[in-house]
Design a protein around this ligand. Structure first.
Ligand code: DP6
Length: 329
């Protein structure tokens, strides 16, 4: 039994996959079917405090200042249970989590949330985890969260069914390459279908899913070697194919999952026009309608202004490479 249990706060930043994860090799162990490679972003931060408390009768979760309903606490409790059983702590926990995102428009991410929770909960339980074990703990709740444990450019292998120890690894630190992701917000409100559910549908029903799982490792390899060489054009081409291919799986599943809205096309067309006019800028979209444009830092102001002028774009954030998870108190 631990003698002293103090509250611990941690911050983690969101990440955007340049080579996407979509689909699971093992649903129970939450193992990805394909390898992915991401960039952790400085501007999109979640701060989470965890305190194990003998007087509590259940886990309490406060998200952005309000008490979270039961259906939102399930995955949090699962992570806490893993920590409790490892540290042999019999107490429930109070969890306070806040997204310090520059906008409320559907960017809030499970990646930064579960990475911050894994760091705060394990430290609050006095567990000394390596970064890789912390990444494994985060990945069990949400695979993209495994990558937010690390800063800069981060890879997560495909999982092997039945082998639950998978964690992410840093490929290059945040200062390896001075790029920007210009995030175009094209809608307000939460996404229509959660990514876990949409992945399950894709695997069960999309005729494109097998082709996706077959091709994704090649885009991953391309992205990884382009990152190593700081080759934006090569990275951009593979990144766009990766995102369009996973969206094609989602769109062709039953029922169909279409994350794009009209603003998505407006932003994509803006990126393509800029490129046709000679700027090296490349787009990626996650399980939502927003468009993230990857570019050299020197081009980011021009790209931000062009995206701000696109019809369906509400707001634009210019994000830079960021650090991994940090325990702050
Ligand atoms: C499209 O990590 O949210 O953003 O593991 O089921 O929680 P779960 O899924 P999640 O999926 C992210 C999907 C994506 C691509 C990516 O980040 O690689």
């Amino acid at each position: 039994m631990p003698h002293e249990l103090n509250p611990v706060r941690a911050i983690a930043r969101s990440n955007i996959a340049l080579a996407k994860y979509w689909g699971k090799a093992d649903v129970d162990l939450n193992l990805p079917a394909v390898p992915s490679l991401s960039l952790t972003l400085d501007e999109l931060v979640t701060e989470t405090e965890v305190e194990f408390e003998p007087s509590l009768a259940r886990d309490e979760l406060h998200l952005d200042g309000r008490e979270a309903p039961d259906h939102e606490t399930g995955r949090v409790t699962q992570l806490l249970n893993r920590v409790r059983s490892r540290a042999e702590i019999p107490y429930f926990a109070r969890v306070r989590s806040e997204n310090r995102f520059p906008t409320a428009a559907g960017l809030a991410s499970s990646a930064s949330g579960f990475a911050a929770l894994a760091a705060a909960a394990s430290r609050a339980a006095n567990l000394e985890l390596t970064s890789e074990s912390m990444s494994t703990l985060a990945r069990q709740s949400s695979a993209s969260a495994a990558r937010s444990v690390f800063g800069g450019f981060v890879e997560l292998d495909a999982g092997v069914p039945g082998e639950g120890g998978l964690g992410a690894r840093q490929v290059a630190a945040a200062d390896h390459w001075d790029v920007r992701l210009v995030v175009a917000i094209t809608a307000t409100g939460p996404k229509s279908v959660g990514s876990t559910e949409a992945m399950t549908r894709s695997k069960r029903t999309s005729p494109f899913y097998a082709a996706w799982v077959d091709a994704a490792p090649r885009w991953f390899d391309e992205v990884k070697s382009a990152v190593a060489r700081r080759d934006l054009e090569r990275l951009g081409q593979a990144m766009e194919q990766s995102t369009l291919a996973f969206h094609a799986c989602a769109m062709t599943s039953l029922p169909s999952t279409v994350y794009w809205g009209p603003g998505t096309m407006d932003a994509l067309n803006t990126v393509r026009s800029l490129r046709a006019a000679g700027t090296s800028v490349w787009a990626t979209m996650d399980a939502g309608p927003h468009v993230k444009a990857l570019c050299e830092t020197r081009d980011s102001t021009k790209i931000r202004d062009a995206l701000l002028g696109a019809r369906g774009v509400h707001e634009v954030i210019v994000a830079s490479p960021g650090r991994g998870v940090e325990v702050i108190g």
